[in-house]
Ligand binder design. Structure first.
Ligand SMILES: NCc1[nH]cc(CCC(=O)O)c1CC(=O)O
Length: 303
């Protein structure tokens, strides 16, 4: 085994912090190894003037990191699982998922503001959040906001938005928990598949024994089920499908949000089953929801 490990990372503060969490684990359990972090700007980080749904989706955040892995410039990539495409190349397998940080979405007000100013738009860029916000704040406008967390917070503090909707996980990792003014329950705002989980990716034919013990079994079950649900519905980049799984003993409880692009219909449902059948549960929930959407649509047309 080489005695130097390189972790490829996006260069945002959050991405580097997340890579450092994995680095620290490796260091602690493998005192003989040196771990280095190699940062790079991805296409997704460079394009800031458009919502990503229009320019190619999640793949834009991983392409450069994938190349570094394939070319041997890095041994690992650390990603937020929710930013990863649902299909990953067979030669770049997901090796481990971290323990899950708080999976909820939250509301953040501008610095010094204590009450939501309903005359300004709520800032968020995902269709998943936008759909659910329309139910929570039916009288408010929603406007897109891009950029890394720091950039978004700066735009908020400059007064363009009434509030931002962000993932608790990123804010907590950055030590910005104090900026959270409201936590949405998972019922109010179903999280994105993988939200709060870090994914560690590698390539084939490398000995990854140095990661032994890192993977969290509950996060692996939940994340696998969530991703199977989204993959089956082909909701990788632009569709607002969402999924959130919780392990309860030997069972997995999985909630899903299904969105029909043609009709604009959307609804939530859930399924419960054995945790070891995580992927099958995700697919079963997806099929069940697709079917009930079809029945509803048929009824609608008959009336
Ligand atoms: N899309 C950006 C992104 N990717 C991962 C996180 C948060 C950390 C996580 O979910 O693990 C965020 C910020 C946000 O959505 O507020």
């Amino acid at each position: 085994m080489k005695n130097k490990i390189t972790i490829g990372s996006r260069e945002s503060k959050l991405a580097v912090l997340q890579s450092e969490m994995v680095r620290d684990y490796i260091n602690e359990h493998n005192p003989d190894l040196t771990v280095e972090i190699l940062t790079m700007k991805t296409t997704g980080d460079k394009i800031l003037d458009r919502t990503l749904d229009k320019v190619g989706g999640k793949g834009l955040f991983v392409k450069e990191l994938d190349h570094a892995l394939l070319e041997g410039r890095s041994e690992l990539s650390v990603h937020s699982l929710k930013d990863m495409p649902m299909e990953v190349p067979a030669e770049l397998p997901l090796l481990a998922f971290s323990r899950r940080e708080d999976p909820r979405d939250v509301l953040v007000l501008p610095e010094g503001v204590t009450e939501l100013d309903r005359s300004k738009p709520l800032g968020c860029s995902s269709l998943r959040r936008t759909l659910q916000l329309r139910e929570l704040y039916p009288d408010m406008e929603v406007a897109s906001v891009r950029g890394n967390l720091q950039t978004r917070l700066r735009k908020l503090d400059e007064g363009q938005y009434s509030a931002l909707i962000l993932a608790a996980a990123g804010l907590k990792r950055l030590g910005l928990e104090s900026r959270i003014s409201r936590y949405f329950t998972e019922e109010e705002m179903l999280p994105a598949a993988g939200q709060g989980i870090l994914a560690v990716q590698g390539r084939t034919n490398v000995d990854y024994a140095f990661l032994d013990g890192y993977c969290d079994a509950d996060a692996w079950s939940a994340g696998s089920a969530e991703r199977a649900f989204v993959r089956f519905l082909d909701g990788g980049c632009s569709s607002p499908v969402a999924a959130f799984g919780v392990v309860e003993g030997e069972e997995l409880f999985l909630r899903g949000l299904y969105y029909n692009e043609e009709t604009g219909n959307w609804f939530k449902d859930s399924i419960r089953g054995k945790r070891e059948d995580a992927e099958a549960l995700g697919i079963a929930l997806a099929k069940q929801m697709k079917e009930s959407d079809r029945t509803k649509t048929d009824k609608g047309e008959a009336e």
